[in-house]
Design a protein around this ligand. Structure first.
Ligand code: ME8
Length: 533
């Protein structure tokens, strides 16, 4: 087992999503986190880094067991069906380019989990005790009496997330000495101020850990759908303790030391704010107990809300992503949620807002620019991109704006996970290029007999700006970027879109004169037309 001191990995950019419960089908909320991780990892791939993107499914615990029972199948059958019929197809549909998909019922996971907890047991980090207190099966979480809401009767208490009665547990089980880790965790947070983001999430965790941490019940004995404790098979491991380990079992912990050294510690754990404590308190403490390095960052996203509440499967407010992609398309879907909601804050989905952004930002600002430029190169130069023989201050202003937009997008998307800010930087550039065309009026220049050089320069400038835009939008909207790349005829000279690097995207003049520009498909068709099809 790799210890802290013999751990040398700093290389791979390893990003994880939460592993989702497969008690039901995915909704917009799950897709939100997974698309964010996909854009982040595609961005880093486009920087030329060694990247690994992990997602998967959380298949143990009472929630899954009860769902399977209610449907008259075994929990394994239920999970197999949902994973194959709902979860994996959705990620494919949304163009999620994950490198691995871990399922917690796989032996590659359960075997390593048993070794991990046996190790903690042997080190005296786990002891036998009894738990009495509330539990929410919806959250799969032990609750603190103080955080519950009043129910219909004196005795009934509700989960603050699900607004449904919690259950009262009285069980013999095993405990992890979480209480011993409070001071070490606080020390770690102080030494690593960027560990938890955004700042509001960090503050919440600090406040929580500054109070005395309680030991954590890590086993259940009243049902058997889970990983059996190796030293006492009357117990199964508490689902969260099993689930958190997916990040290391999938990375080769205990099975592939070389891969584990390359991937671990993870660069970013993406999580919803509801599961922050598990990732920023319990998981680091478990890793400390095992002598493993801690992940570099835990970044919490806000909730997609419906009617003022968290969108959720349990509350039957989940909207299927395909309900939106069938109308707006996959790329617009990927764009909308990251552009409209600042990452880290809550936001609501609105059909009207999506329609408005689709029309003004995607169809008018971006899609129209691409089709107008291709049409003019076709009309005035037979589709052969002319050279910019008259590059002057107006053109240099476009080139300079590109340098700024690329740097800002790289910092915001690649480093700060400020997707909305990074996308806005690229779209500001698109607007600027539109403004440049409006000012230069190439359609008028085309009519003047001595305007040939100017016309060539204006169209080259716009096409070159689009070349860079395709690269910068590729992580976010891979299908549209690929169409644009093809329409610019960029591949023969510059190679595949995926091979273009962020570091050189703003080097002006990469697209060679003579490239074959074709009109191609409309990137974002009008929604009325789409609906009529
Ligand atoms: O918690 N808005 O799984 P889960 C935004 N299995 N994001 C949302 C959301 C919403 N309305 N609803 C869900 C679990 N999410 C555990 C995780 S990890 C070791 C185990 C996203 O199926 C968000 O990322 O309940 C949240 O953290 C995740 O889905 C929880 O999915």
């Amino acid at each position: 087992m790799a210890a802290l001191e013999d751990h040398t990995s700093t290389d791979a950019y390893y990003v994880t999503t939460p592993i989702y419960y497969v008690n039901d089908r995915p909704h917009l909320g799950h897709a939100y986190t997974t698309v964010a991780g996909d854009v982040l990892t595609r961005w880093h791939r486009q920087r030329g880094e060694d990247v690994w993107y992990l997602t998967g499914t959380d298949e143990h615990g009472q929630k899954i067991l009860r769902t399977a029972e209610a449907n008259g199948v075994t929990p394994q059958q239920w999970c197999d069906k949902l994973v194959e019929e709902a979860w994996k197809p959705l990620w494919e549909h949304l163009r999620i380019a994950n490198d691995d998909f871990i399922r917690t019922t796989q032996a590659r996971h359960t075997d390593r989990v048993q070794e991990f907890v046996q190790d903690l047991y042997d080190k005296g980090e786990i002891y036998q005790g009894s738990y009495t207190g509330p539990y929410c099966v919806g959250c799969e979480e032990y609750k603190l009496p103080g955080e519950l809401l009043p129910g219909a009767t004196e005795d009934e208490k509700l989960c603050p997330v699900h607004k449904r009665p919690v259950e009262w547990l009285e069980e013999e089980n095993y405990f992890f000495r979480l209480s011993a880790y409070g001071p070490k965790l606080l020390e770690f947070y102080a030494a690593n101020p960027d560990f938890i983001q955004p700042a509001s999430a960090r503050n919440e965790v600090l406040r929580f850990v500054e109070q005395d941490l309680k030991d954590l019940s890590i086993s259940r004995s009243t049902f058997d759908w889970g990983v059996p404790l190796p030293w006492d098979d009357k117990h199964v491991l508490y689902v969260w303790v099993d689930a958190l380990q997916n990040y290391i079992t999938a990375a080769g912990y205990g099975s592939d030391p070389e891969r584990f050294a390359r991937l671990w510690p993870a660069s970013v754990h993406l999580v919803g704010k509801d599961i922050l404590r598990f990732h920023a308190v319990i998981w680091p403490a478990m890793l400390m107990a095992a002598g493993l390095p801690l992940p570099r960052r835990v970044v919490a996203n806000g909730w997609l809300m419906v009617g003022g509440e968290k969108m959720s499967k349990s509350n039957l407010t989940g909207i299927a992503p395909t309900d939106l992609t069938s109308h707006f398309g996959v790329d617009a879907y990927r764009y909308y949620f990251l552009r409209a909601i600042p990452f880290g804050t809550d936001g609501s989905f609105s059909w009207e807002d999506f329609t408005a952004r689709y029309t003004s930002e995607l169809a008018n600002d971006f899609g129209n620019l691409a089709s107008r430029v291709a049409a003019m190169v076709g009309k005035y130069f037979d589709g052969a991109l002319p050279a910019a023989t008259d590059h002057g201050p107006a053109e240099q202003a476009v080139a300079d704006a590109l340098v700024r937009a690329a740097a800002e997008a790289d910092r915001k998307i690649g480093e700060e996970l400020d997707f909305a800010g990074g996308i806005a930087a690229v779209f500001e550039f698109v607007k600027l290029v539109n403004g440049y065309l409006t000012e230069q009026e190439p359609w008028k220049v085309a009519k003047s007999p001595d305007g040939r050089d100017r016309l060539a320069t204006v169209l080259y400038t716009a096409a070159e700006a689009l070349r860079a835009t395709a690269v910068l939008l590729n992580p976010l909207m891979p299908d549209s970027a690929a169409k644009l790349w093809a329409s610019l005829g960029a591949e023969p000279a510059l190679g595949a879109l995926a091979e273009q690097r962020i570091a050189t995207v703003a080097d002006w003049g990469r697209l060679p004169a003579g490239a074959t520009v074709t009109k191609g498909e409309i990137l974002f068709p009008r929604l009325e037309e789409k609906a009529a099809v």
